[in-house]
Design a protein around this ligand. Structure first.
Ligand SMILES: C[S@@+](CC[C@H](N)C(=O)[O-])C[C@H]1O[C@@H](n2cnc3c(N)ncnc32)[C@H](O)[C@@H]1O
Length: 398
C-alpha cells in the first residue's frame, strides 16, 4: 500500500513499478509542477553496479538538475513527486498512459487501464513480446551478451582494438545483441545434443552469423555447424577469410541463392536479419521445408504486397500511400506467421530493438511444435485460413 489516496495516482505508481521491474519503462515525464522549486522531472531506468534502479532527474528553478536513485522496493518514495505535478506521461515499450490533475484536484489516467492489462497480463507470452529497454549505466555495454571486445567484433570492424564499439556501428551492435537475447529465450527449443546445426540465410556481411557462432561455440562451449548463405561473392569470400582467421572451424559461408540452397543435415535453427523483400519468404519457406526447430527472422522492406494488393475492402486505408505501406508491412508479416502456424509452429511477432532506431524492427519467431500433424485437421483448417486471407488481400488464390 502507498500513502497515495488518489486511485489514479496509485495505479500510475503501480504501472511505473511494474514497467521498471520488467524493463519496459522508457521514461516518465513529470510536467506542470505544483511546487515552486522544481519545473520538471524525468524518471528512467539506470544500472548502478549490478542493480537496476529508477533515476529521478529533477530540473530546478535555479537551473540546476538533481538526481535521486530509487530502488524498486522503495517505489513509495515517488508518491510525493507524483503529488507535485499536474501532468505525468508514462512511456513504456508496451504502451503509454497520461496522468492529468485538474485545478480542482480531480485526476484522470488516460490509457491506464489498458496498460495495466498488458503489464500485469498473466500470459507470460504477452509479456515476452514487449521489447526490453536498454538500461543505461556508466558502462553502456554492461548488460549486453557481447561486450564489444570479442575478437570477431574487432575483425569485422565493429569495435576498435580496445573493444570500443565505433559510433557508426552502435546500432548494428545493439541489433545483434538483442538478436542474441532473443536466441537465448528460445534455447530450450533447441536440442541439447551436438552439433547444433544453424543456417543464417541472406547473411550479408554476417555480423549475426559470427555473433551466433560465438554465442554457442565460445560462450556456451557447444559444437556448432553453421552455414551463412548470400548472393554476394565478395562478401562471402571476406566472411570465409574472417572465419578462418578466428579459427571458427564450424562456420562456413556459401555464395548462392538461398532458394537453391539445401542441406542433408537436420537443421535446428534458421536465422535471418533483414533479408530483402520476398527473400524473407524464401527464408521462411526453407525453415518450414527443413522443419527447423526454431526460426528467427527480422524482415526488411516489404514491396511485394504493396505492388500486388488488390482488396476493395481495404482501399479506405490503401488509398493513402503512407498508410498503404504500414498496412502491407503488417499484413505481409501476419500472413507469414499464419503460414508458419499452419505448418506446426508456435508463432510470435516481437520487437527487435527500439522502433525509434529503425522501422525494420519486427522479429518473426517460430518454434516448431513437436507433436503437430501437418496433414491433420488443425493444419488443414489453418492452411484454409491462410489461403482465405491471401485471396482477400490479392484478389486471387495462391
Ligand atoms: C539488407 S542485407 C542484410 C544482410 C545481413 N543479414 C545483415 O543484417 O547485415 C540483405 C542481404 O540479402 C541478400 N539476398 C537477397 N536475396 C537473396 C537470395 N535470394 N539469396 C541469397 N541472398 C540474398 C543480399 O545479397 C544482401 O546481402
Amino acid at each position: 500500500m502507498t500513502n497515495l489516496t488518489d486511485k489514479n495516482a496509485e495505479l500510475l505508481l503501480r504501472l511505473i513499478g511494474k514497467a521498471a521491474q520488467i524493463e519496459t519503462l522508457k521514461k516518465a515525464v513529470f510536467s506542470k509542477s505544483l511546487a515552486a522549486t522544481v519545473n520538471k522531472a524525468t524518471l528512467t531506468l539506470k544500472a548502478i553496479g549490478n542493480e537496476k534502479v529508477l533515476q529521478l532527474e529533477s530540473f530546478c528553478s535555479d537551473n540546476k538538475a538533481k538526481h535521486k536513485n530509487i530502488k524498486f522496493e522503495e517505489l513509495d518514495l515517488l508518491a510525493e513527486t507524483i503529488e507535485s505535478f499536474s501532468q505525468i506521461n508514462l512511456i513504456t515499450t508496451a504502451g503509454d498512459c497520461e496522468f492529468k490533475r485538474s485545478k480542482s484536484g480531480n485526476t484522470v489516467l488516460l490509457g491506464g487501464a489498458k496498460l495495466e492489462k498488458l503489464l500485469f497480463s498473466e500470459n507470460s507470452e504477452t509479456v515476452k513480446t514487449f521489447a526490453k529497454v536498454t538500461v543505461g549505466s556508466n558502462n553502456k555495454n554492461k548488460n549486453y551478451i557481447l561486450k564489444g571486445d570479442e575478437p570477431f567484433l574487432k575483425l569485422l570492424e565493429v569495435s576498435d582494438k580496445n573493444g570500443r564499439v565505433y559510433d557508426k556501428k552502435q546500432a548494428k551492435f545493439r541489433q545483434i545483441n538483442r538478436f542474441l537475447e532473443l536466441i537465448r529465450d528460445v534455447e530450450h527449443a533447441l536440442p541439447a545434443t551436438d552439433p547444433l546445426r544453424i543456417c543464417d540465410l541472406c547473411c550479408g556481411k554476417s555480423y549475426l552469423s559470427f555473433a551466433v557462432y560465438h554465442y554457442f561455440a565460445v560462450i556456451k562451449g557447444r559444437q556448432v555447424k553453421m552455414t551463412g548463405v548470400d548472393l554476394k561473392a565478395d562478401v562471402i569470400e571476406y566472411c570465409s577469410s574472417v572465419a578462418k582467421a578466428l579459427g571458427f572451424d564450424g562456420l562456413e559461408f556459401l555464395c548462392g541463392d538461398v532458394n537453391l540452397y539445401d542441406t542433408i543435415d537436420r537443421v535446428n535453427m534458421v536465422i535471418s536479419l533483414h533479408a530483402c523483400d520476398t527473400a524473407t519468404d524464401i527464408v521462411i519457406g526453407k525453415a518450414i521445408e527443413w522443419q527447423a526447430d526454431v526460426l528467427l527472422s527480422t524482415p526488411c522492406c516489404h514491396h511485394d504486397l504493396n505492388r500486388r494488393l488488390n482488396c476493395e475492402q481495404l482501399s479506405f486505408i490503401a488509398d493513402y500511400s503512407m498508410l498503404r505501406q504500414k498496412l502491407c508491412d503488417a499484413a505481409t508479416d501476419a500472413l507469414r506467421l499464419k503460414l508458419l502456424e499452419a505448418n506446426g509452429y508456435e508463432t510470435a511477432a516481437l520487437e527487435l530493438i527500439d522502433p525509434e532506431e529503425t522501422p525494420k524492427n519486427i522479429m518473426l519467431r517460430g518454434i516448431r511444435k513437436p507433436f503437430f500433424d501437418r496433414n491433420g485437421e488443425r493444419a488443414q483448417r489453418l492452411m484454409a485460413e491462410y489461403n482465405e486471407i491471401y485471396s482477400f488481400l490479392l484478389g486471387e488464390s495462391k
